[in-house]
Each structure stands twice: as structure tokens, then as C-alpha cells.
Design a protein around this ligand. Structure first.
Ligand SMILES: [Zn+2]
Length: 332
């Protein structure tokens, strides 16, 4: 272990604010480089292809599906020791300073997050839907990258950061519009460097957050909240109904890039096991559903799914998945 990693582990056990932001970014980059990926065997891919080819597949996707688009995962390898607390629902709705903290960070993180591009995993799933192998997607991701890749039948279990909702009147405003208003209220704010996190949040020093001015609802001046499910908040009932409706269309569940730590996703795995549906899990690292799975593939979502598409549909349907360094995908 390098001295840098050791120091990071020592410090990250305590106060999350003890490490300067520049150091934390450097250490996160270092941690990412320490991750090694093993290529998935042809035998495993063959098993996955044979199992899914003639089934009606419903996919459940998590953060691991978007890491290759540059959106980091809270729970994936290399991020386990991140000493960072996601925003809690109760704190957000009851504490004005918590909202200031959220928006002050979010306004910095949003440009990078909103410009993220779908990767090979997203594109492979869109192709699989168009070719009738995948019926639809239940996603835990809030980045809208499945839409960007061309998937149509999507249930966003945790909402989407692209929209903002008023907690008083329920009005929806696009996040891009809120971004413009936040920047008008806080000129020059977006120029601050910050680290991107999956919820569009980013690290900033507390003293600068206190100066931040939060935007209110344009219709009623109420409190605005990104239209995503925060930690400590329930998935809206109508979304759960939509998700079960889609789930019922399938006879196989394919989990991609989720450790299934959150119950909102794990419940589908449990139901699949109860019904004796075929269950396959593609993820780097162990998941809560491993003991229930018929097939477990450890690998990068983009690589596994692009090779799966090629096997299911023929070599003409090759999906590029970039190189192992995590560099952006370049067409061959
Ligand atoms: Zn309102």
C-alpha cells in the first residue's frame, strides 16, 4: 500500500472535512487506478447469452452502469473508503442551511454531470430493447443516461436530477433552468473547482457555502428539491406500481452494476427468487443478491453487455466499450 492511500484511510475514518479538496481528488484518482479488472471468460458469457437469449428480460441497473460515463459510485470498488455523507431527506426539508449546502455544491457539479455521455452499457441495453431481448429497465440511476442512449421503456426508481420539484405546489422546473437562476443569484460560483458525486452534489468548503443564495419556486416561492429520492425518503407509490408492472412482463431479471445494498432495488431480486425467475447479476464485487442468483458475472457492465449483444445478435452488432483505463469510448 502506498503512503498516500494509508494516509487517506487514517484520515477518512474521522471528520470528512479534514482532507483538503485537491488532496481528496488526487487520492480518489489514485484509488481508481488501484482497481484491476479481470476480463470475463467466454464460458461465462456463453452461459449468460444462452440463458437470456430466449427469455423476456427485465433489467435492473445501478450506479455501476454509469461509472464508465465518469459518474462515480458511492459503493463500488475504490469508493468504499470515501468519507462522504449523502444528503438526507429529513435534513434537506427541515434545515435551510442543509439546502444551501446541497445547492451550493450541486450548482458546481451539475455542468459535468449534465454533460456525461451514455457508455457501452447504456447503448447495449438500448439495442437489446430494440431487438426485443430486453422488455424494459428499472433503474436506480438518476442521470438519464438510459434515455440518452435510446432506451424507451424505463422506470426511474429514484427519479432524475434533470428535474426539480417544488415541495409546496408540486411544480416541475428543468434543472437547467434552475441552474441558470442559481448562477444569476450567485455570479461566478460555477467556476469553483469541485469533485463530482453521483447525486450531482460536490465538495466545497463550509465557509463559502454560507454565502450561497438558494433559488425558490417561481410559481409560489416554495422550497425546491431535485426530483430524486434522497436517502431516508421513500420511492413514490406510482413509481413502485410502474416498476412492478414492468417486472411482471419479464421471466428473467438481469441486474447490472448494483450491489443491491438499497432495498428499493433488492426487493425485485427477492421477488424474482420467490417466483423462480431466472436471475443473473453482472457487477464488479459482491452483491446482496449473489446467493439468490442463477448466474453471477463479475465484470464491467460496458464490456459484459457489449459482448452479450454481439453474441445474441451477431458480430455486426458490436458495441464499443472503451479501453481498460476508463478512457472515453472511441469508435473502432
Ligand atoms: Zn411552488
Amino acid at each position: 500500500m502506498s503512503p498516500c492511500v494509508a494516509a487517506y484511510e487514517l484520515q477518512s475514518g474521522g471528520d470528512q472535512c479534514t482532507i483538503p479538496i485537491e488532496v481528496r481528488i488526487a487520492l480518489n484518482d489514485l484509488n481508481r487506478q488501484l482497481i484491476t479488472y479481470e476480463s470475463v471468460s467466454e464460458a461465462q458469457l456463453g452461459q449468460l447469452t444462452d440463458a437470456l437469449r430466449h427469455r423476456r428480460v427485465v433489467a435492473l441497473t445501478g450506479a455501476g452502469c454509469s461509472t464508465e460515463s465518469g459518474i462515480p459510485d458511492y459503493r463500488g470498488p475504490g469508493t468504499r473508503r470515501r468519507a462522504r455523507n449523502p444528503v438526507q431527506y429529513r435534513e434537506f426539508v427541515s434545515d435551510a442551511m442543509a439546502r444551501k449546502r446541497y445547492w451550493a455544491r450541486s450548482v458546481v457539479g451539475w455542468p459535468r454531470l449534465s454533460q456525461a455521455l451514455p457508455n457501452a452499457a447504456h447503448r447495449a441495453l438500448a439495442v437489446m430493447e430494440q431487438s426485443g431481448i430486453v422488455r424494459g429497465l428499472i433503474t436506480q440511476n438518476v442521470d438519464r443516461l438510459h434515455h440518452a442512449a435510446g432506451s424507451n421503456h424505463i422506470v426511474e426508481l429514484h427519479g432524475a436530477l434533470a428535474e426539480v420539484r417544488c415541495l409546496t405546489c408540486g411544480a416541475i422546473e428543468p434543472r437547467d433552468s434552475v441552474q441558470k437562476r442559481l448562477l444569476a443569484l450567485n455570479p461566478g460560483w460555477h467556476e469553483q473547482r469541485a469533485e463530482l458525486a453521483p447525486d450531482g452534489d460536490a465538495e466545497l468548503p463550509t465557509e463559502s457555502i454560507e454565502r450561497f443564495r438558494v433559488a425558490a419556486c417561481q410559481a409560489c416561492a416554495g422550497i425546491l428539491k431535485p426530483d430524486v429520492v434522497f436517502f431516508g425518503e421513500s420511492v413514490p407509490r406510482e413509481v413502485v406500481v410502474d416498476a412492478w408492472r414492468l417486472f411482471d412482463e419479464g421471466d428473467a431479471l438481469l441486474v447490472i452494476g448494483s450491489s443491491l445494498a438499497v432495498f428499493s432495488g433488492y426487493r425485485f431480486v427477492r421477488r424474482a427468487a420467490e417466483r423462480n425467475m431466472f436471475l443473473a447479476i453482472v457487477n464488479i464485487g459482491p452483491t446482496r443478491g449473489d446467493s439468490l442468483a442463477h448466474l453471477r458475472v463479475s465484470g464491467r457492465a460496458g464490456e459484459v453487455l457489449s459482448r452479450l449483444v454481439e453474441r445474441c445478435l451477431g458480430p455486426g452488432c458490436r458495441i464499443d466499450f472503451g479501453d481498460r483505463s476508463g478512457n472515453p469510448v472511441v469508435p473502432r
